[in-house]
Design a protein around this ligand. Structure first.
Ligand code: SF4
Length: 936
């Protein structure tokens, strides 16, 4: 294989931080690579003029002593620059290294830059991470270590060779197409791909078309097996020590709680009842419902559906739990994973976008990745791709969205279409795994999305109300409208390329008129959303709202003082422009209908009718929100904070979803299981039943049950409530903030970091972070902040793998964070997690309860906070080996009457209370006792 560039310098630097003008280089490694082989190396440490920050010391192992004898940068830089010469520079995230070299050199480096990270993103579109070490692990490249310049430079060189070898295996046509995308994207790798295409032994003229979707062999019908256990007792026997699960599964542990859950679910399904089942952490819920659901389906021939809230749990069921059940029990069942349409690639849109070649640079870079992935995927599921936020937006123009689907009119519909495939697999399956959004969109589509099913298991059921609120509402965004106008622009471009001939002499003028209408509408969209954005920001800032990632402002369309009144001018114009545009499109549409006997016009007619129907829908929804036309709905606007082209979304949602759920989800079903680790409040399910509409079912139809966790919370954990911190809202914010920072630092000293701190406000999180960051640096503690140091996934990974670390999280960190083992030994809840009554949906629900004469705090705010509190508590103990402390810094737990309800809802019945001094002593004693216990 011929390598291009044939000669280049692989470069890696270690630095004291990320800013090339503030931070300093502390290590340089340069390798000359010729024809894929290293021919020269230069490596040196560099002495900085500032202390090495603790994060860098931990990352690289380099400290002030190690660098004390190294040359200063000015002594070594000329040699490095000479070594590089005019050669192209290559490296992992090379623009970072080039930026530092340029800043140090004081001049622009003209050398072409080849980024191995970018190459990996193109050629490995499904890799879960593009960190150098993760890629090396994925491709089985041996690394000497990481985060040292020489090791990383060598690893980048090896990664480059491995990736190019991979590209060399691709079909010539595909490589040529990839080169086309990369050229449009301005990527230096374009030339490499083009050259490889011609070198490739696969590049014969009659290459198999690489863009044809693969056909998936469907599983044969499973044989009927009469030996499926018939009753709950026989099912429970499968879980016993010595049973098939224990025999076939490596890490299986017998848990009586899991057996109890299986018996209860099997009983409820057999008796056709609704069961609310709260199962403590560690019960093994998934297996406990999969087994009876499958048994029921195999016995009755009726399909079972399992719905989860998160895609993570859906994937865990699909990739781990279902194969485990299949392996252990050997039952002849078929399962299918079904997601919402937007998760799948639309083949028609994708293949069309390959031909039109009117891509922007952003699109071309994205399409290059899709091209590589699309030839391999069997599911077309975007979850196989690692998409950036920007790419998620671009995905919307390729996905199998219902608005864009031509249904039976599409040539791919009957076989290759990924949506059709997934629906077909679902129809043939005994068990279908979905998420709550899809389950609820099935309600909205009057059960045309999912095949009929006999029993339904709703896991993570405490999210059902919020998922229904989200799914049954409306939303119109700036980006959605812009996407629609872009799609229209492209279509108009294609239409103007086709000569209408004798068909209609007025055709060019009509197209021109519509194009002008589109431009007017585009300006109208910008003006409307920019004005809306400014109004929301100034409104929220006047109210002194905290720094959550989004501003949220309630709208009350029709009321005199509402913000929608200030937008009437912009909205009237926008509405008029959209109406004019739609009527112009309707004229084009009727002409195309007349000409649609010719194939070329028929295709355009289909595209246009989709653009039209999307336009009508968006215009209708926008009107509906601006006029507040829906009864019992709450309206609001969300604006992303601190971004130039921020997301601006207008929303409407039903205030109550209980009757909709009852009418459309429960009423006609015979058996539904609702499960979660947090459904009850003080052992009562009333709150959940009321919110989810289960109280509307006949009495006696709904059963409830609690299954305790197998963990011994009394011995594995310690709960501490601190009483001497100022109560939230008392005294000045600065006093509270100072006291909070000191308390956290005291705790971190005892626990050696290993601490997750849960906040209820982003503002408080950031203030505390800013106070503690420098102190933590001095004390060799790594402090990680939600929205401050990276994505949630990266933060959790970094926390998990660092010895002395504190992780600050808000909102989403209260649940779903799973860090077993000693990496997490202390969970701190800064305040009791009451939702802010200013959140539009919460405010509207409280108003609705007040209208019904109910106390909103008792009926809604308090139980919701208790459920979140239980979730937060549940972050600590994830396995039977885990040990640790939970500290609550909110004294209201002791001083308010409702505090007892929080405490009574936890699986741990005892706690210690006192001032911070006493608590820290007790925690120190507890950890000492624990470490003696472990060392015995
Ligand atoms: S049937 Fe619909 S979703 Fe499927 S490929 Fe065709 S247009 Fe796309």
């Amino acid at each position: 294989m011929k390598f291009v560039p044939q000669s280049c310098i692989v470069c890696d630097l270690e630095t004291t931080g990320l800013n090339p003008y503030r931070d300093e280089i502390i290590e340089i490694a340069l390798l000359q690579l010729e024809e894929g082989r290293v021919t020269r190396e230069m490596h040196t440490l560099v002495r900085p003029r500032r202390k090495i920050p603790v994060t860098i010391r931990r990352l690289t192992g380099l400290d002030d002593a190690a660098l004390g004898a190294a040359p200063y940068l000015e002594e070594i830089l000329p040699e490095a620059i000479r070594f590089i010469g005019p050669h192209p520079l290559m490296g992992h995230n090379i623009s970072f290294d080039a930026g530092f070299l340029q800043a140090a050199h004081g001049r622009t480096l003209d050398n072409p830059l080849f980024d191995t990270r970018e190459l990996a993103r193109i050629l490995l579109p499904g890799a879960r991470s593009y960190r150098l070490s993760d890629l090396c692990r994925l491709l089985e490249i041996e690394m000497e270590g990481s985060h040292r310049a020489l090791w990383d430079a060598r690893a980048a060189a090896a990664l480059y060779s491995r990736l190019m070898a991979r590209a060399a295996q691709m079909e010539g046509k595909l490589l040529l197409h990839l080169a086309g995308f990369l050229t449009r994207a301005g990527s230096p790798w374009a030339e490499e791909m083009g050259q490889l295409a011609w070198q490739s032994r696969h590049s014969r003229i009659n290459d198999r078309a690489p863009f044809r979707p693969s056909r998936v062999e469907e599983e044969a019908e499973p044989p009927r097996d009469p030996n499926i256990p018939a009753d709950p007792e026989q099912l429970c026997a499968l879980l016993e020590p010595g049973g098939p699960l224990a025999t076939h599964l490596e890490k299986y542990e017998y848990r009586p709680q899991q057996k109890k859950m299986v018996a209860a679910i099997a009983g409820a399904l057999a008796e056709e009842k609704y069961l609310l089942l709260e199962a403590g952490t560690g019960t093994g819920k998934s297996l406990a419902y999969l087994i009876p659901a499958l048994q029921r389906s195999l016995k009755t021939g009726q399909r079972a559906v399992v719905s989860t809230h998160t895609i993570n749990l859906q994937e865990q069921l699909w990739q781990k739990d279902i194969p485990m059940v299949k392996k252990a029990l050997g039952w002849p069942f078929r399962a299918a994973l079904v997601k919402g349409r937007q998760n799948y690639l639309c083949l028609r849109r994708w293949l069309h976008s390959l031909t039109v070649q009117d891509w922007t640079a952003r699109e071309a870079a994205f399409y290059g990745r899709i091209l590589v992935w699309a030839r391999e995927t069997a599911t077309g599921d975007k979850n196989e791709l690692n998409l950036t936020r920007d790419e998620q937006e671009l995905w919307l123009s390729l996905c199998a969205d219902g608005e864009a689907c031509q249904g039976t009119g599409c040539r791919w519909f009957s076989r290759e279409c990924y949506v059709t495939r997934s629906r077909r697999l679902a129809e043939a399956a005994n068990l279908v795994v979905v998420n709550h959004s899809l389950l609820l969109s099935d309600i909205r589509a009057e059960n045309r999305v999912l095949p009929a099913y006999g029993c339904l298991i709703i896991d993570e059921a405490h999210h059902l109300e919020d998922a229904a609120t989200e799914q049954l509402g409306l939303s119109v965004s700036r980006s959605g409208l812009s996407r629609w106008l872009n799609a229209l622009n492209r279509l108009l471009g294609r239409l103007s390329d086709v000569p209408s001939g004798e068909n209609s002499p007025a055709w060019p003028a009509l197209l021109q008129q519509v194009q002008e209408g589109r431009q007017r509408a585009g300006k109208g969209v910008e003006l409307f959303f920019n004005t809306l954005q400014q109004l929301v920001i100034s409104h929220c800032e006047k109210k002194g709202e905290g720094n959550a990632p989004r501003y949220q402002l309630r709208l009350r369309p029709g009321s005199k003082s509402d913000l929608t009144n200030d937008l009437q001018g912009e909205y009237s114009n926008l509405r008029l422009y959209i109406q004019e545009l739609l009527s112009g499109l309707e004229k084009i549409n009727s002409l195309l209908d007349d000409w649609s006997e010719e194939e070329i016009w028929a295709g355009h007619a289909r595209d246009l009718s989709q653009v039209l129907s999307t336009g009508r829908k968006v215009a209708g929804e926008l009107d509906c929100i601006m006029k507040g036309e829906l009864d019992n709905h709450v309206y609001w606007v969300e604006v992303e904070r601190g971004k130039e082209n921020a997301a601006v979304i207008l929303r409407a949602a039903p205030v109550q979803v209980n009757t909709v759920l009852y009418e459309h989800l429960y009423k006609d079903k015979k058996a539904i299981i609702f499960t979660s680790a947090t459904l009850s409040v003080e052992e009562s399910f009333d709150h959940f039943m009321e919110r989810a509409g289960l109280n509307l079912l006949p009495a006696g139809q709904v059963m409830t049950m609690q299954v305790d966790s197998p963990f011994s919370y009394e011995s594995q954990s310690l709960l501490c409530v601190v009483r001497n911190l100022p109560l939230p809202g008392e005294g000045s914010g600065a006093i509270y903030s100072e006291a909070l920072a000191i308390s956290l630092l005291d705790l971190a000293e005892i626990t050696g970091g290993r601490m997750l701190v849960l906040f209820t406000s982003h503002q408080m999180l950031q203030e505390t972070y800013n106070r503690l960051k420098p102190v933590c640096e001095e004390r060799d503690i790594l402090l990680l902040g939600h929205n401050l140091d990276g994505s949630r996934w990266n933060l959790v990974e970094e926390f998990r793998t660092t010895t002395r670390a504190i992780l600050f999280g808000a909102s989403s960190f209260w649940e779903g964070v799973d860090i077993p083992g000693p990496a997490l030994s202390c969970v701190v809840m800064v305040k009791l997690p009451f939702w802010s009554p200013g959140v539009p949906v919460i405010e509207a629900r409280l108003e609705e309860l007040a209208r019904q004469g109910k106390d909103g705090f008792r009926h809604f705010s308090l139980p919701q906070a208790i459920i979140r509190f239980k979730q937060g508590f549940g972050r600590l103990i994830r396995t039977e080996q885990d040990r640790g402390v939970v500290v609550v810094l909110d004294g209201r737990l002791l001083t308010k009457k409702y505090g007892r309800q929080f405490l009574n809802s936890l699986p741990l019945k005892s706690h210690i209370r006192g001032d911070m001094h006493l608590i820290t002593r007790q925690i120190a004693r507890w950890f000492n006792k624990e470490s003696r216990h472990v060392s015995k």
